[in-house]
Design a protein around this ligand. Structure first.
Ligand SMILES: NC(=O)C1=CN([C@@H]2O[C@H](COP(=O)(O)OP(=O)(O)OC[C@H]3O[C@@H](n4cnc5c(N)ncnc54)[C@H](OP(=O)(O)O)[C@@H]3O)[C@@H](O)[C@H]2O)C=CC1
Ligand SMILES: O=C(O)C1=N[C@H](C(=O)O)C[C@H](O)C1
Length: 266
């Protein structure tokens, strides 16, 4: 299974190369960087913190798609939209971990999934994907009349999108459990004289600081009691492990847009 990494110099890009190089049956088919990146032309194994792999980073994204059975993309929304178009053209499977996509960028992914297998998930860890199923169940069981739902997330100081893709995914799971559309009930920002909380709404709070890999808590609050479901990521390796598993799974699939819950059978 030939797996390529776009944005291979990023925090996740390096972790993903390490995971591919450490996975039996997987071959690292290449890694790309943008023009001007000082690490262009460097050995991918060295960039991943391992022994030299005998293959260097390049700027040729088209050639990477041609040479791969699957490509993994944890970059930026603009980058991901361009990579999705290449996946569709080459019929190469694409695993998308990038968060914060605008509707037109999501449309590029939907279009590519007509001709290639795409797996998209805001969080590739096993724990968060289990949490999604739990949250949907708990929200369904408790209902909106007595229980308020609030979602709190914290990430490192470099993160550029908010709320995190995972927090929004947890919100969608809670809304699905209640049989409502998240967009109609979400309170993503509160500031000043907001008035009392509206029944049935799902609130979000975002914290940023230090090197926090990713913490998410879904709070179900009623009068006199509270349930909190929390996931804490201790290392980016959990995301990389899930993404490589998704790439191997997608390599054998026909065109379509799949989720990590499909990959894990949850
Ligand atoms: N689904 C999941 O499980 C997870 C998702 N993420 C998401 O992954 C994304 C990346 O996170 P992280 O690795 O921390 O971010 P980084 O900023 O460390 O890395 C981003 C990478 O994308 C590259 N890049 C930027 N713009 C473009 C472009 N237009 N075309 C191609 N490549 C581009 C950068 O290259 P350059 O250095 O040249 O700018 C860099 O290599 C985020 O959206 C984050 O939320 C993160 C962790 C887990
Ligand atoms: O940017 C990050 O770092 C992360 N992003 C993802 C998100 O937005 O949910 C997943 C993870 O929590 C780390």
């Amino acid at each position: 299974m030939r797996i390529g990494i776009v944005g291979c110099g990023g925090r996740m890009g390096r972790m993903l190369m390490r995971e591919v190089l450490d996975t039996p049956g997987a071959t690292l088919s290449g890694g790309t960087m943008r023009p001007g990146n000082p690490d262009l032309g460097k050995d991918l194994g060295t960039l991943a913190g391992l022994e030299p792999a005998g293959i260097v980073s390049t700027g040729d994204v088209d050639a990477l798609f041609a040479a791969s059975d699957a490509v993994i993309d944890f970059t930026t929304p603009a980058g991901t939209a361009a990579h999705a178009a290449l996946a569709g053209r080459h019929d190469t499977a694409l695993v998308v971990g990038t968060t914060g996509l605008a509707p037109d960028q999501q449309a590029a992914i939907d279009a590519a999934s007509k001709t290639a297998a795409l797996v998209q998930a805001p969080n590739m860890s096993l724990g968060v994907n289990l949490l999604l199923a739990l949250v949907e169940d708990v929200a369904r069981t408790l209902g909106p009349d007595v229980w308020d739902i609030e979602i709190v997330e914290m990430h490192h100081r470099h993160k550029v999108d908010a709320p995190s893709g995972t927090a929004l995914g947890l919100g969608r799971a809670a809304a699905a459990g209640r049989g409502v559309d998240l967009a109609a009930v979400s309170d993503r920002v509160r500031d000043g004289h907001t008035g009392a909380r509206e029944a049935g709404h799902i609130g979000f709070a975002t914290l940023r600081g230090g090197d926090v890999v990713g913490d998410h808590t879904v709070i179900f609050a009623a009068e006199g009691e509270r349930i909190e479901l929390t996931h804490k990521a201790g290392s980016r390796a959990i995301f990389a492990r899930g993404a490589v598993r998704a790439a191997i799974w997608a390599g054998g699939k026909g065109p379509g847009l799949y989720s990590m819950r499909d990959v894990l059978g949850l």
